[in-house]
Design a protein. Structure first.
Lengths: 500, 433
């Protein structure tokens, strides 16, 4: 074992893992296919990719990621590519079994996607993300296109719009993020966590470091000879060069949001009452439109949220005090995406209660135990909105929007199956989350019927002292129209790809 | 109370007949691995005591692993396994299959060695190949298909009626409950809802179950002095082996996983079948038999009320020894995607998985029999996938219902049968709907 240094080498980490580039409000993502391998490698060898080091704000930042086919096109041996995660190798939009598992059916069917679907040449080889300070994006894009020359075919630019931290439906977004344990305070060992924490092991997001189980996620390890000699060594296998170290998997999904449909549905359910409309929409999301949670902060600070009052007000809460979902419905979007639970149901104290709960003899705890422990299922979100923001009046008017709008959902994780696919498949698309019947995610569900389920288009709001309110007939508000899996390498791995 | 039974016919496939057998089995399906309830060969949907059934061709792709710990991977035949779970004894269910579909069964089992031509002999032949279950878990012992159907109808009706009462103001819980109780009473009088009384428990089963419940602890107590004496030796034997046993956990073959995935996630419930070799030597062979017997004891007498330790997503599970205990087969019906099933295994009951499966060749290394093992999450997932066998045909009677749905329906019925409830209890009860 190599001694763990206090920090990872930030100069070897792409900036996106550490920063959201919030000052770089302009951004665009280029989907590229390799046209000429030599030229592509030449560009990659010197591409000015932004790192995770802190410093003066550059006018523009580049981030570069690769699809599995892209790696092969660039000349990475097939056997090396095969050592990446099988989900990455198979791809997001090109496998019918994966589509079924992730709810990418019906309106979300990859066959209908604008990019990334099963067709020939639909899947990008390389993703170049450009983040620029105001007014700097266009010049940067033009310059890149000139540089790329014969190296790449540009499939498309995914453009983005700065909506000021608000997503197209009008809700403040991106508020809850896991805090990465950069200094590796969490000891790399396997033990139970009895309270919810927001601090995640480095290895949950960066390959080459211990994850929440205290283990290293599989990734390609090479003979440290030739060009690979410049790669970092693997901590868990010091005689091997670690192609994954300081890299991460990146999921990009283009989610088209039907803003009029959303607000008109909610409006109809609320009898046209503006206050009720807002309340229903907020119940579906699980936060107020301005981002305030529906629950007060927990009494004790949560690790990884910090003690700063603003941060605590935003993220210092759990659902422990609201098991029935009276304040925040159990099926609300943010509760599905992050149930804020621990390894055992809330209130486990002492060895006896722990043993009783481990054996399943505590009936009340069992009822709260339908949801998996969240610390193994976190993702780091880096999405950006696109299109034109609509006002509420426009949305309610029923006129079709002039411009398509939505979110280029971007998330990072070290284990695609356990993190992104689990959250998407079991919690968002699944129609049995927390034992709720007949409902998938109120925002993202595809609403398709399952066997013996007329539909999955309901949303239940438990109330105190009276029957729950159930709304049904939810249409799809969000459609997946593109997507792919990428590998976002560390800087040295990126240079290896260009020279190997 | 009618207890649930199990059957598992294991028959040797005639050499060279595997492709033809696969072709016949595929004719029972509507989609990959998904049985057509009305298929011509064995119309599963007509048997109203049948919960689950599956046909699997047991090709042991990991048999060669046995060479690593010094075993001899002797050539094994390919088996066809036909297994399922039903109300009442499994043997009786097999007889019913033969009575209704002898011709179809012969078309299937005709590809196996020694399948007789006439129906009377077929029933005996199937029963003779019915493997004893070493351990069986039933999500809710005594919940028959009939009960499931009644409770589902009751839950649906109540949920519908409750929708009409949605606007009830706070403070009217007792009145809401009274209206629901009256509504059900009315529907029952009209014959639109049926809640049959609990049938009598078969005396023979009751007695055997009671004797089993008593006998195992008695044997344990009697053997306790010897076990205590043996304990230090046992621990030494165990630790020696745990330190040196070989892990065989390479990533599973991509094509194998793709085939398995084709059959998965077509319904809220999935079927899992896996098999592997028990580690060679008397120590592991004996240990696994004892542990599986204890597991069976827990499943029969401790659990069976909606959960197996913390896991509430398994409908039925079984552990069966094959080939004189040299191999162990595990089969279950679970809710949700495999990733979430494995998550339960790893994060909720790793210790339980380790107890049994660490006696299997290649299992991720354990410490003290319960630690490590499945907690080596990635290695464990690789191990499971490598040992998994595709199901050629899989049938689930109550489509769309998860185990937690069934438990919810039962709690709804139980709430209805109570004489009175506090406001707080009514609130919780209504939320089940």
């Amino acid at each position: 074992m190599i001694a763990a240094t206090a920090f990872p080498d930030f100069a070897d980490v792409q900036g996106l893992l550490r920063f959201g580039f919030k000052h770089h409000v302009e951004s665009a993502f280029a989907l590229l296919r390799v046209r000429n391998r030599t030229a592509a490698r030449a560009w990659l060898a010197s591409a000015p990719v932004g790192t995770a080091e802190k410093g003066a704000l550059p006018p523009a930042v580049l981030q570069v990621a690769f699809g599995a086919e892209g790696l092969r096109e660039l000349g990475v041996p097939v056997a090396v590519v095969a050592e990446f995660a099988p989900e990455f190798v198979a791809g997001l939009g090109t496998d019918a079994n994966r589509a079924r598992r992730l709810g990418d059916l019906g309106v979300n069917d990859p066959a209908r996607w604008q990019w990334g679907g099963p067709g020939v040449e639909q899947v990008p080889h390389v993703l170049v993300m450009v983040y620029a300070l105001p007014g700097r994006l266009e010049a940067c894009r033009r310059e890149l296109e000139t540089h790329w020359g014969i190296a790449f075919d540009l499939m498309r630019w995914l453009s983005t719009t700065d909506m000021g931290g608000v997503e197209p439906f009008g809700f403040a977004d991106g508020l809850s993020q896991p805090e990465i344990d950069w200094t590796r305070e969490i000891p790399p060992e396997d033990h139970d966590r009895l309270t919810y924490g927001n601090l995640s092991c480095l290895g949950e997001f960066l390959l080459g470091y211990p994850n929440e189980y205290g283990r290293y996620t599989a990734r390609p390890l090479l003979e440290p000879a030739g060009a690979a000699a410049h790669l970092p060594r693997a901590e868990d296998a010091p005689d091997r060069a670690d192609l994954g170290r300081n890299g991460s998997y990146l999921v990009l999904r283009t989610l088209r949001q039907d803003v009029p449909r959303f607000w008109r549905y909610v409006d109809a359910q609320s009898g046209g009452d503006a206050a009720q409309r807002k309340q229903l929409a907020e119940a579906m999301v699980g936060r107020r439109m301005d981002g305030q949670p529906l629950l007060p902060p927990a009494d004790t600070p949560i690790a990884g949220v910090g003690t700063d009052p603003a941060a605590r007000a935003k993220n210092g809460f759990t659902f422990d005090a609201d098991p029935a979902g009276v304040h925040c419905p159990v099926g609300a979007h943010i509760r599905r995406a992050n149930p804020r639970n621990a390894d055992l149901p809330a209130g486990t104290t002492g060895l006896v209660s722990r043993a009783i709960r481990m054996l399943g003899f505590d009936v009340d705890a069992l009822h709260a135990d339908a949801v998996a422990s969240v610390r193994f299922h976190r993702v780091l979100r880096r999405g950006r909105e696109y299109g034109v923001r609509m006002s509420m009046a426009e949305a309610l008017s029923g006129r079709a929007p002039q411009v398509e709008t939505g979110l280029h959902f971007v998330c990072l994780c070290a284990d695609l199956a356990r993190q992104f696919e689990f959250v998407q498949g079991a919690w968002i698309a699944g129609s049995k989350f927390a034992a709720l019947p007949h409902e998938a995610d109120p925002l993202l569900g595809n609403r398709l019927a399952a066997p013996d389920e007329p539909d999955t288009a309901r949303f239940t709001m438990p109330r105190a002292g009276c029957p729950s309110r159930v709304v049904d007939g939810l249409p799809p508000f969000i459609e997946v129209v593109g997507g792919a899996y990428f590998f976002l390498p560390g800087i040295r791995a990126l240079r290896w790809l260009a020279t190997a | 109370m009618i207890p649930q039974g199990h059957f598992m016919v294991v028959a040797e496939v005639r050499p060279g007949h595997e492709p033809a057998l696969r072709e016949v089995l595929a004719r029972m399906n509507t989609g990959p691995g998904q049985a057509d309830p009305a298929n011509r060969l064995l119309p599963f949907g007509r048997f109203d005591t049948l919960h689950f059934a599956r046909f699997s061709i047991l090709v042991d792709t990991t048999h060669a692993d046995l060479a690593a710990p010094g075993g001899t991977p002797e050539p094994l035949p390919t088996y066809l396994a036909f297994l399922g779970d039903c109300d009442g004894p499994g043997g009786r269910q097999l007889d019913e299959f033969v009575r209704a579909s002898a011709a179809g069964l012969r078309e299937v089992f005709g590809h196996c060695v020694g399948c007789p031509a006439d129906a009377a002999a077929l029933a005996a032949w199937l029963r003779a190949r019915d493997q004893p279950v070493a351990a069986a878990y039933v999500n809710w012992i005594g919940r028959t298909r009939q009960r499931i159907r009644e409770e589902r109808a009751l839950a649906h009706a109540l949920a519908g009626r409750l929708r009409e009462l949605q606007s009830a103001a706070p403070g009217q819980l007792q009145s809401v409950r009274r209206q629901l109780v009256d509504y059900v009473a009315g529907e029952r009088r009209q014959g639109r809802l049926v809640v049959a009384p609990e049938p009598a428990t078969p005396f023979g089963w009751w007695l055997r179950n009671l004797l089993h419940a008593i006998a195992i602890p008695v044997v344990g107590l009697l053997a306790l002095p010897l076990l205590l004496l043996y304990a230090p030796i046992f621990l030494w034997q165990l630790r020696t082996r745990e330190r040196s046993d070989v892990q065989i956990v390479p990533p599973p073959d991509v094509a194998h996983v793709a085939e398995l995935a084709t059959f998965e996630d077509r319904c809220v419930t999935n079927a899992f079948t896996a098999m592997g070799s028990v580690k060679p030597g008397a120590f592991r062979r004996t240990l696994v038999v004892v542990l599986v017997a204890l597991l069976d004891y827990a499943a029969r007498h401790v659990y069976g009320r909606g959960h197996l330790t913390r896991v509430q997503t398994i409908h039925f599970a079984r552990w069966v020894f094959l080939d004189d205990g040299k191999r162990l087969l595990f089969a279950s019906n679970y809710d949700g995607i495999l990733e979430s099933y494995m998550d339960d295994f790893i994060n909720k009951v790793a210790w339980g998985l380790n107890l049994v499966f660490s006696n299997g060749v290649g299992y991720p290394r354990t410490n003290w029999l319960v630690q490590g093992g499945a907690r080596n999450a990635q290695a464990f997932k690789n191990y499971l996938r490598r040992h998994q066998v595709a199901n050629a045909v899989w049938y689930k009677a109550d489509a769309g219902l998860s185990a937690m749905d069934l438990a919810r329906h039962t709690r709804i019925r139980q709430g209805l049968e109570r004489a009175s409830m506090s406001d707080r209890e009514i609130e919780d009860w209504l939320r089940l709907m």
